[in-house]
Every structure is written in C-alpha cells, then in structure tokens.
Write a protein that binds this ligand. Structure first.
Ligand code: ZN
Length: 280
C-alpha cells in the first residue's frame, strides 16, 4: 500500500488557515491524507492585554486544538508578527520545515494580500518548494532533514475578502465545495477564542465566526453550493501542473463531482530518495 499523501498548509498566523482553507483540509483528511497545519508566527501581536509571549502560548494551543479536530499535526515556525522577511536565513528555515514535514501538496498564503506577513509567507513558501529537493541547498538548521524527492504541488488560498491591493477581485483558479464539512470548519475557527475577543476590540468586528460563514457563502454562490473555498495553483516551470488536490477529493473545481482515478503513480516524499527535480 502506498503511504498516505502528505499535505502541508502553511500560512502566516494562527486562524488564517481556518478562514481560507480549513474545509478543504477536512476533505483531504477524509480522503486519507496526512495533514499538517503550520503557521509562520504564533500570533504574538494578537492581543491588547497579554504580553507577546503569553498570547503566543495561548495561540499555539488554540491552533493545536483546531488541528486536533481534523487529526492533523500543528507546527509553528516561530517567526514573529510583522517580522517575516524574504531573506536568505528565512528561506533556509522554511525549506527545512518542508523537508521535515515532507509534503506532496502545499497550501499557502496568496502572493498579494492586505498584510506584509501574508505576502512574505507566500514568497518564502513558493521558493522553499523549489529549494527543498535541491541537494546542494543546505538549510544550516540543527539535524537537517534530507532533500525532498520532488517539488510539491503548490496552491494559494484566497486573500482576505478575495481582493488585491487595488480593491478589485483577484482571479480564482478553481473552487472546492465544502458545504458538507462547514460545521467542522466553523468549529476549527472557534478554537481561536482569544481572537474573537481581540478582533472585537481592535477592528470593531463582533462576528468572527459570521464573517467566515459569509465569505464561504459568497464563494459558494459562485458555483451554486452553500459553502466553498477558492484556490489558485502555482504553475511555474518545474512545479507539478496536474491538479492533485481536486483529484484527491473527487471534485471538478466548479461544484461538480468526479470519480477519483486509481491510476496515479506512487507518491510520497521518501526520506531516502534523491532529488529528481529542482535543478537551479
Ligand atoms: Zn494573517
């Protein structure tokens, strides 16, 4: 039997994944994938009451509780809020995280979004996917993991409210119908109790969970279902171009179902393989 497909969802802060792709992660888990939820930071600026380390500890625990609901691992890369930069050391650190998790499929932040941390995360993850299979790229981390065997499939989640810097809607590659698992997605977001309180204070938003539901409904209307999430696949040269995500969950990307094929070649980022892609 082939090992399970490994999925890494890596966004900037605790709760970003719950807004943008937790429904799809629940479906991938149902499909038998191994899931890791990861955040670049522990959300250390997300409080007006607690100091940075205290709120960070709260939020790591909230993220872990959310991950537990879909039987996923949780990992924090321990960058700090508003201090994620696309530099040499950061790229090596993110590449090491990929080599340790060994994903076949990666979901990350979109290239354009309202917040610097989101955009830097997107760049770092994109380039770490490329770097991770390259044997001569050393991460300079403690007990480094071996290179990946191939570049993972890479997908960008929606920016907040689906808009770019000009306030206009960004392009959507495909939708995932998450209507059936929306209750679970809502429960995952509800694990982030500190933020329901904090957002009320900082943004005047008294409806943390309702805004999640409204966004999913809007994406859902675009394909005639109750709740949906939208993605774009990164299709740069050397990156895989077949849509593994849709194939795994048996959807056609516009609200319909397809029968998953059984003809897929064995996958899995074996720990002993040699890189077959990623020539720089
Ligand atoms: Zn964020």
């Amino acid at each position: 039997m082939n090992p399970p497909i490994r999925v890494l969802a890596l966004h900037a802060h605790p709760d970003d994944l719950e807004f943008q792709c937790a429904g799809t992660l629940a479906l991938l888990r149902e499909a038998g994938c191994h899931i890791t939820l990861a955040t670049m930071t522990p959300g250390d600026c997300g409080s007006a009451e607690h100091d940075a380390e205290a709120i960070a500890e709260f939020r790591r625990n909230e993220a872990r509780a959310s991950a537990n609901l879909i039987d996923a691992d949780y990992l924090c890369l321990e960058f700090r809020d508003l201090a994620i930069f696309n530099d040499d050391e950061s790229r090596r650190k993110v590449t090491e995280a990929l080599r340790r998790v060994r994903p076949d499929l990666v979901l990350t932040a979109p290239p354009v979004d309202y917040l610097c941390d989101h955009e830097m995360t997107s760049l770092l993850v994109r380039d770490a996917c490329f770097a991770a299979p390259i044997p001569n790229y050393v991460t300079r981390q403690w007990e480094p993991a071996p290179p990946l065997t191939r570049i993972p499939h890479l997908y960008f989640v929606d920016p907040i409210e689906g808009i770019g810097r000009d306030g206009l809607p960004v392009a959507v590659g495909f939708h995932v119908d998450i209507s059936r698992v929306f209750v679970l997605k809502r429960q995952m977001l509800a694990c982030h109790g500190s933020q329901r309180h904090w957002l009320r204070k900082h943004h005047g938003i008294d409806e943390y969970l309702e805004s999640q539901a409204r966004w999913g409904e809007r994406r859902g209307r675009e394909i005639g279902v109750t709740q949906a999430e939208a993605f774009r696949q990164y299709l740069g040269p050397a990156y895989p171009r077949d849509n593994l995500l849709l194939e795994l969950i048996g959807q056609d990307g516009s609200g319909g179902a397809v029968v998953p094929t059984n003809s897929r070649e064995p996958r899995g980022q074996g720990t002993r393989g040699t890189a077959d892609q990623g020539e720089a």
